[in-house]
Design a protein around this ligand. Structure first.
Ligand code: PLP
Length: 400
């Protein structure tokens, strides 16, 4: 008899986006003439930068000629891309890394989801709440049951408190999805110090790093002293360069980072992930890695930055628009997400329905990201300028 992995039966079905889709479908069927503005899903809308398209075309041509054709590449990523990542993302912030400390992959979803393969099942896991649902679900799938939720809400200014019980694995997503909030260097240092004291591992998801605008906000956890001993960092080209459909990301695992066997012996996490990644993954396509590399050319950098600026101007418009009508907002300064407190403590889904029916705008109910998201609502800055402005004009007419 074939047995299934029972852990999969313990995952709560995440109906968030399908529930949204159902309600939106019902609304559009009942109101076919109404123009909906979608500021719900966290996907980009702007096309790839012209430099990226050029790099894609050029590498496709390479694949067409016998002398330049590429078959399997190095499973861990081409050195041409990894060295550009180190030079452009880390060295300017005073962080030195070697090529074998970066692992190129097809996405941070896979990496944040798969990293648990090399970690013990009996680790105590701390996860901020609300947060990107992949961390929780993949830990449940792996059979980890001891999970600590770290509330992040306006009462604690979205700064999680250290857990009372010792945590072995700690997920930090900064800038945060969904709240759009960040931690300062001092606030992040508290976590690095905690991890060093307790021999814990920080899983630092920096998928939205490129949207940070304020000084003093760490772009990489390795800006904090000692972080290389305790942290893995996940980065992605998805939001930074519009690669959500093209797929390229990378994970940084410094060689200083150690895990421990049951008997307390040190084991290199870098070596374990190297083994895991090269065993279960056969590399990101050459043409995609060439496309990713191209964002580090002068033209590529400029174009990618223009698109980020475009989204962040949308974020400003949303944040200001909502504040002007008296709504309390968070995030939106160093992240493309605006997290708003629902008025009169309205439940997230009630506010969703109100905004959909009255203003014909789609957002995301905060409770879908965790219990502490109840009473909040997420809008994204990834829409068009025109729709963003129109959405804010509609909000002026919101009747509670
Ligand atoms: N991490 C966070 C916090 C995200 O919000 C997302 C995507 O929405 C991802 C990771 C996934 O990124 P990728 O497209 O690289 O898989």
């Amino acid at each position: 008899m074939i047995k299934v992995n029972d852990n999969f039966l313990k995952i709560q079905n995440n109906y968030l986006f399908s529930d949204i889709a159902k309600r939106v479908k019902a609304f559009t069927e009942a109101n076919p003439d109404k123009k909906l503005i979608r500021l719900g899903i966290g996907d980009v809308t702007k096309p790839l930068a012209p430099t990226v398209i050029k790099a894609l075309h050029a590498s496709v041509e390479e694949m067409a000629a016998g002398e330049t054709f590429k078959g399997y590449g190095p499973e861990l990523g081409y050195e041409f891309l990894i060295s550009k990542i180190i030079e452009n993302e880390f060295n300017p912030r005073g962080i030195e890394l070697s090529v074998d400390e970066i692992f190129v992959s097809d996405g941070s979803k896979s990496d944040t989801g798969n990293i648990g393969d090399i970690l013990g099942v009996d680790n105590v896991v701390a996860i901020t709440d609300p947060v990107y649902p992949v961390y929780l679900d993949t830990n449940i799938m792996a059979g980890r049951e001891d999970i600590i939720y770290l509330p992040c809400n306006k009462e604690n200014n979205f700064v999680p408190d250290l857990p009372e019980k010792k945590a072995d694995m700690i997920y930090l997503c900064l800038p945060n999805n969904p709240t759009g909030t960040v931690l300062t260097k001092e606030q992040l240092k508290v976590w690095v110090d905690y991890a060093r004291e307790n021999k814990s591992l920080i899983l630092f998801d920096a998928a939205y790093e490129a949207f940070i605008r304020e000084e003093g906000i760490p772009h990489s956890i390795y800006e904090i002293e000692g972080a290389k001993e305790v942290a893995i960092e996940f980065r992605s080209f998805s939001k930074k360069a519009g690669f959500t459909g093209t797929r390229c990301a990378y994970t940084v695992i410094p060689k200083e980072l150690m895990g421990y066997t049951k008997s307390g012996e040190e084991v290199s996490i870098n070596k374990l992930w190297n083994r895991r990644h090269s065993t279960k993954f056969n590399g990101v396509p050459y043409i995609v890695q060439k496309a990713a590399e191209s964002i580090y050319t002068e033209a590529g950098k400029k174009e990618v930055q223009e698109t980020i600026d475009y989204y962040m101007e949308n974020a400003r418009i949303i944040k200001e628009g909502l504040s002007e009508i008296g709504l309390e907002t968070f995030g939106g300064i160093n992240a493309p997400y605006i997290w708003l407190k629902t008025p009169n403590n309205m439940k997230s889904w009630d506010f969703f329905d109100l905004v959909l029916n009255q203003l014909n705008i789609v957002g995301t109910p905060g409770v879908g990201f965790g219990a502490n998201g109840e009473g909040y609502f997420r809008l994204t800055a990834f829409g068009s300028r025109e729709n963003t402005i129109e959405a804010m004009e509609r909000f002026i007419n919101l009747k509670l």
